[in-house]
Ligand binder design. Sequence first.
Ligand SMILES: Cc1cc2nc3c(=O)[nH]c(=O)nc-3n(C[C@H](O)[C@H](O)[C@H](O)COP(=O)(O)O)c2cc1C
Length: 308
Amino acid sequence: MLSLFCAPLQGFTDAAFRIAHAKFSGGISAYYTPFLRLEKGKIRPKDLRDLEWDLQTKKDFPYHLIPQIIAKDAFEFRSLVEQILPLGFSEIDLNAGCPFPMQTKSGRGAGLLLHPENFFEILDAMEEFPQVQFSIKMRLGENSESEIFEILPRLNVSNLSQITLHPRLGIDEYHGEIRLDAFQRFYENCSRPMVLNGDIFTAEKIRECAEKFPKLKGVMLGRGLLRNPNLAREYAENFTGKTAETLFKMHAEIFAQYKMRYQGDAQILEKIRPFWAYADLPKKMAKKIAKAKTLAEYENCLIAIGEL
Ligand SMILES: Cc1cc2nc3c(=O)[nH]c(=O)nc-3n(C[C@H](O)[C@H](O)[C@H](O)COP(=O)(O)O)c2cc1C
């Protein structure tokens, strides 16, 4: 059986989502936080608040959480790790895949793959923290598949606990088919445990991955899990519960949390709207949700969804 991981998605898989998912569905071996980054030398305060929210809840309701960081060099890397360790984590994931130009242009995310010297310095710096298990989530490259194959020999002699590969380039962003041939070549030559991520929306697809790549450690589910939070259980337990039922339970919990934590209709709506972004809703309904200007209007949409 493959291990199933919940992918980090900024603006979607925050603490409220992770907690509600673990509570009302589950089947996930580890949840990854969206990347934590430095702002004026400190972890961005709003990301830290989100992580602390997890930590408070985890005491009552344990689930496996791994913080992800984004860094352009060993200096930023060390600073982030040193700020995370006092929170009690012993696993940290490095983002080498974010395709957004704001990150790539400054050598972070997929942009780190254009600077192997910085990438290797970060891998060396990992050895300064023997108490931490590091993993990497990466793309094939920023501009070319050759980038990942250049660093493969160094990855093979690292202590990385796993390499999650989203087989696209940074410049592909999320367009086009995933590059499964390149994944296969990397997988065949990589000696670290590997996880496949990208465009996995059904339990059937997870089974296909297990069959095609027998030494795969697991798959990481992103939009598939947002669309169908029961996806992991459908694979692991042949669960046949209704997607809509789980979405509603999760939504009720997340919405209540946002109402407690954020103020004003606009702010709460901005936080909750993405919950439905990948759900299988009729177009008309999705438009109404996007257009709702007040909580009252939004709640009317919910009633309508409930009646679908
Ligand atoms: C809006 C958005 C935000 C994302 N944020 C992150 C992030 O913070 N860290 C990361 O490693 N990947 C991030 N990703 C990439 C996802 O983790 C995942 O690799 C991608 O969605 C492909 O997997 P999927 O097809 O299962 O969704 C993001 C993707 C999207 C669409």
